[in-house]
Design a protein around this ligand. Sequence first.
Ligand SMILES: C[S@@+](CC[C@H](N)C(=O)[O-])C[C@H]1O[C@@H](n2cnc3c(N)ncnc32)[C@H](O)[C@@H]1O
Length: 195
Amino acid sequence: MAAKGGCGTSALSHDLHALGYTDVTSIDFSPVCIAAMRARHARCAGLRWAVMDMRALRFPDASFDVVLEKGALDSLLTEERDPWRVSAQGAAALRQVLTEVSRVLRPGGRFVSISFAQPHFRKPHYAQDAFGWSLRHAPYGDAFHYFVYVMRKGERLASPDRALGRRLHQPPPAPDAPRLLLDPDDEDFLLAIEL
Ligand SMILES: C[S@@+](CC[C@H](N)C(=O)[O-])C[C@H]1O[C@@H](n2cnc3c(N)ncnc32)[C@H](O)[C@@H]1O
């Protein structure tokens, strides 16, 4: 049984069904999207649709083998100004969803997250012991990469990932701390590159 969060009007749920995943529940908090998808796939009994907020899933604990999201977590961070310093609100929204995903996954189940967010920005959020999963990722695409993150419930995080996750809880640098050691308009640093 698989769940797809923030499905929008993407063809992915139907594609998964065509690939043999015959029990797929897709959610979005937009009633318009869900009504459109329900009508579009009315003949496909294995696809279920629900209006639901991914921060508060109305599913029992340990009820899914796979949870998949594509671009839905990214949509929680559209107001962020600096990917290096995600705001407390942005981090809390991600954490809410990830806590819910971890709760509804069966032991051994997988959470698959597909995003344009690069690993140094996204992995610290996923690499938290509280979620009780391991983490791996792979780039996908030829020129403009996106990233597939796979978390497996019941496995431990690797030490480097755990260390990354700890960084999220460190206090941010003081606002007046120098952020750029180089003048951004000064290209002298190019002279230091040894070929
Ligand atoms: C960038 S779109 C991605 C849609 C689809 N997954 C795709 O790949 O085309 C983000 C989707 O997440 C939904 N969304 C945003 N916040 C949500 C929330 N808190 N709960 C459920 N859905 C949410 C939006 O309505 C939108 O359909």
